[in-house]
Design a protein around this ligand. Structure first.
Ligand code: SF4
Ligand code: SF4
Length: 127
């Protein structure tokens, strides 16, 4: 569910995203090799690679974040943040981070603040 205050900053695309085998196969249907886009986390889960701090399928176009596999994005991406408003900017992990990757910092600074006015219309993915 797209939160009402989403401004496509892309900060959520810096989080670890777990993928199921079925989702990996879906993404492979787009012509990607699993070796290129998956890795294992410390717990042995398959997650999307994040070279340079953000997901390998993330790109910035005209100042907004774009998902290159939007139609086949995994469930954690479709479901994020699981509530009407995104408050990732205030997340303690980001707020207290002392060694934030420069790319992550760039997105964090663009993420919506609580004080930002809500957009008048429901946000739609910027294709
Ligand atoms: S971090 Fe929040 S505001 Fe930014 S793109 Fe993700 S959902 Fe939208
Ligand atoms: S798959 Fe798309 S939506 Fe999910 S983290 Fe990667 S770029 Fe973001």
């Amino acid at each position: 569910m797209m939160p009402k205050n989403c401004n496509f900053c892309g900060l959520c695309c810096t989080l670890a995203v777990k993928v199921t085998e079925a989702e990996v196969r879906n993404i492979e249907q787009l012509g990607h090799s699993r070796e290129d886009f998956t890795e294992k986390d410390a717990g042995g889960n398959t997650i999307l690679k994040r070279p340079g701090g953000w997901c390998c399928f993330f790109e910035r176009k005209n100042g907004v974040g774009v998902c290159k596999i939007y139609e086949k994005r995994p469930a954690p991406c479709k479901d994020f943040p699981g509530k009407p408003l995104c408050d990732l900017r205030d997340n303690v992990v980001f707020r207290l981070s002392k060694n934030m990757h420069p790319n992550v910092k760039l997105l964090w600074e663009k993420a919506p603040k609580k004080s930002d006015p809500l957009p008048k219309e429901e946000p739609e993915f910027p294709l």
